[in-house]
Design a protein around this ligand. Sequence first.
Ligand code: FES
Length: 157
Amino acid sequence: MSGIPTLREPQQVVEETGKIQTDRRGLLKGLFAFLGSLVLGSFFYGLYRFMAPGAGTHPPVEVPLGELAPGTAYSLQYGGSPGILIREEDGGLLALSLVCTHLACTVVWNPEKREFHCPCHDALFDAQGHVLSGPPPAPLERWKVEMKGDRVLVGGA
Ligand code: FES
């Protein structure tokens, strides 16, 4: 009687069902093991990055000295943060982060008044980044400046 499905023995059905469940269970175990290894890997990589020497530092930004006439400023990005490199009239160089130390708004350099203004809570910083007024608890972050030939390197370790 071909074409008519045959009835299986109950034990055979249970074995097939058990095999399917085992396969699902194995798949879930593998999936959880994979996800667990991702989580652990992320944790230990983050721990390594936190504890490794030089962690948190970024390669310095190069600015050609020729682009910095005395009394001018150069906008730059260092480590993902906006910053400014100021060349004083006497040739002195100063690099500051433009991230306000209150709630991280971007401050604006006013070359005429020689001060930084934070528009978020109306704070003022002097040309050296010190707080003149407003709620910021600390001066603007100062970045390392180094001369290398005709280039200025900003930031770095
Ligand atoms: S964020 Fe700059 S003063 Fe508040």
